[in-house]
Design a protein around this ligand. Structure first.
Ligand code: ADP
Ligand code: NI
Length: 213
């Protein structure tokens, strides 16, 4: 089996129990969106690193793994076993550790490589649009968040603990999702992100009408 096929199976196994919107299909879409960015922006990067990181990006995340440090150790051994070079392993782990919204916002992360910037934008694009709305609703349901609460205005969080504390589904649009287009690295990410945000704003306008907010 090719290395990338082994990596895809590893992601599938490790994300099998995930039910908060970070399941294997999210990894697949992230990989597909990353390819799209490479083609659209005509970027010359190490495609293996991009695709591998896209599939693996949530495997060591604290939202998905019960023990993130152990998940990272396991992943490192796995990548060695399937014949990845030390350089490749380092490049992948470096991306996984530094690409998340919460890490970028609350910790001083290392600047991402060209490959990492693509994976980060692809992940963020999958948080937007119709699919992004459904993923946020799915996450909210799994975490016991209400849809909307007039007594809870959206906030600007200062710590990861605050950010992870329960908010509302609608607040999450303002607290994170609408901020993403400006945070994109690539031209395609910026353009597509802004288009998806416009759709989500329209969606919210209707929602407010229906709920008479
Ligand atoms: P990252 O992994 O980049 O730090 P998050 O941890 O914020 O990003 O979460 C990734 C996805 O999970 C988001 O795009 C969103 O769909 C969902 N999500 C995270 N937090 C919330 C929340 N409080 N309410 C609804 N959805 C959320
Ligand atoms: Ni993700």
């Amino acid at each position: 089996m090719e290395k990338i096929e082994c990596i895809i199976s590893y992601a599938q196994e490790n994300l099998a129990k995930e039910n908060t919107g970070h399941d294997f299909t999210h990894a697949e879409r992230t990989a597909r969106l990353a390819e799209k960015i490479i083609t659209e922006d005509v970027l010359y990067v190490e495609k293996f690193i991009v695709i591998a990181s896209a599939y693996l990006h949530d495997v060591i995340d604290d939202k998905v793994a019960t023990f993130p440090a152990k998940a990272q150790q396991d992943l490192q051994y796995f990548l060695q076993e399937i014949g990845c070079s030390l350089q490749e392993i380092e490049a992948i782990l470096e991306i996984l550790q530094n690409m998340s919204f919460s890490s970028e916002k609350f910790f001083s992360t290392n600047p991402l490589s060209a490959e990492g910037k693509i994976v980060q934008d692809a992940d963020r694009l999958d948080a937007l649009g119709a699919g992004g709305i459904l993923r946020a609703a799915y996450f909210s349901g799994a975490h016991g968040q209400v849809i909307y609460d007039k007594n809870k205005p959206p906030q600007n969080f200062h710590t990861k603990e605050e950010y992870r504390k329960s908010t509302t589904l609608i607040n999450h649009f303002y607290e994170k999702l609408f901020l993403l287009p400006e945070m994109m690295n690539t031209e395609y990410g910026k353009k597509e992100g802004a288009r998806q945000r416009a759709f989500m704003q329209e969606f919210l306008t209707r929602f407010y009408q229906e709920w008479q907010i």
